[in-house]
Design a protein around this ligand. Structure first.
Ligand code: MN
Length: 407
């Protein structure tokens, strides 16, 4: 197994096999493309300026869209060389501090300006649970669900990076005992456990991206929290889908993990009936990545894990999502973010939203440290997502995605 001269613990999400890309400000300097190994951050732009990346990189590496998919692959390969235990190009230099520093000194930002955010609904257990709760007299899945990845065009302007506080939104909702709505702070604030992919490359207008080519357009994956106001959602979502219930905030983790790093964790999904030919890929396109949700209320001393799920529970893969989105010839651009939809597993301990975990408020989640109960989020609550793929002796992970609710 490849190792680095930078010390990395076996539990770290960031061994030499990962090398994700992100954008950080080191000591409050200007934003630049960085990678992470263990608890160290490596400044790709400084490496480039000093000629250590070779001649392939002529443009400044300022964000994720500074490199296309092929360049990102070459960059990761070169970083892997420089960090390898056998390589001394970097660690023989008198002063490493120009391009390596502790993660504590780096303020991570979103990896790029996000021109568009799309949110799918590809977690079949979540979709089934929501169907049972919101439409109890009908089959849990609508007839289209197993034929296309249901999604909607979301709000890119309110995507924020991990650590950003989430303001409780106001909006219209209708209480069960009333015929008319009121306007006020949401009473049913929730999280949604998702992953998302960043687009590396767009298409020409009118050019669908085929399902077999789709992954070559993706820069990699992040964790996504698609914060939701369930009371607004219930009142507004028919007939055109979610609007203000979702557009007030979406959080993303800062490290973009490449599909190359996740290749060993590729698994086949089960789809019945088989998808139509334009969505039927040649090879497995799901991934076995464990996910966790933890909650910390202001009274708790540390977060408590309240759900464990897995990316493999997605019914539609990332490749199928992108193929579907572009199948009508819509234009897509580098830097776009695509959310998967809430990823719940089959059991209550694996549900990826409080809506499901508390079954619409009917069975509150009890936090063991304080005995506090939650049906939905309260002010001061902090939600923490983590996710990683477990290899033999190493992990490929995302780190954390945190967000705290405030009034
Ligand atoms: Mn969502």
């Amino acid at each position: 197994m490849q190792r680095s001269w930078v010390e990395v613990s076996p539990e770290s999400h960031f061994p030499i096999q990962n090398l994700p890309l992100g954008v950080g400000r080191i000591d409050a300097g200007s934003p630049r493309l960085v990678t992470r190994i263990g608890d160290q951050v490596l400044d790709c732009e400084s490496l480039r300026e000093l000629g250590l990346l070779g001649e392939a990189f002529v443009r400044p590496l300022v964000d994720l869209t500074s490199v296309n998919r092929q360049e990102a692959r070459e960059l990761r390969h070169r970083l892997s060389e420089l960090l390898d235990t056998e390589n001394s190009e970097l660690n023989r230099l008198p002063d490493l501090s120009t391009f390596v520093c502790s993660v504590d000194r780096v303020e991570m930002q979103l990896p790029c300006r996000i021109p568009a955010f799309v949110d799918f609904y590809s977690g079949i257990h979540h979709a089934s649970n929501v169907g049972r709760m919101f439409r109890p007299d009908m089959p849990p899945l609508l007839p289209n669900y197993r034929y296309l990845p249901v999604g909607y065009n979301g709000r890119a302007s309110t995507v924020v990076v991990s650590g950003s506080q989430i303001n409780r939104p106001s909006g219209q909702f209708k209480r069960a005992d009333s015929d008319v709505p009121v306007f006020g702070p949401t009473q049913e604030l929730d999280y949604e456990l998702e992953v998302g992919f960043f687009l590396a490359e767009g298409n020409g207008a009118g050019k669908p991206i085929s399902v077999n080519d789709a992954e070559s357009h993706m820069q990699g994956l992040v964790l996504v929290n698609d914060w939701s106001a369930r009371d607004f959602q219930r009142w507004e979502y028919q007939p055109l889908g979610p609007f203000l219930a979702k557009s007030f905030a979406t959080s993303a983790s800062p490290w973009v993990v490449s599909l190359d790093a996740l290749e060993p964790f590729r698994v086949a999904g089960v789809q019945e009936p088989p998808p139509l030919p334009h969505l039927a890929g040649r090879r497995p396109s799901n991934f076995d990545i464990e996910l966790e949700v933890a909650l910390k209320t202001p009274r708790m001393s540390q977060p408590e894990t309240i759900a464990r799920s897995n990316v493999k529970f997605l019914y539609w893969s990332f490749a199928q999502q992108l193929a579907h989105q572009t199948s009508n010839g819509t234009r897509v651009e580098p830097g776009e973010l695509y959310g998967s939809g809430t990823i719940s597993g089959p059991d209550p301990g694996s549900f990826g939203s409080l809506l499901e975990a508390s079954w619409r408020g009917s069975r509150p989640v009890v936090l063991s440290e304080t005995g506090e109960k939650r049906t939905f989020l309260e002010d001061g609550d902090e939600v923490i997502f983590t996710g990683y793929a477990q290899g033999i002796g190493y992990r490929i992970g995302f780190g954390e995605l945190r967000g705290q609710v405030r009034a």
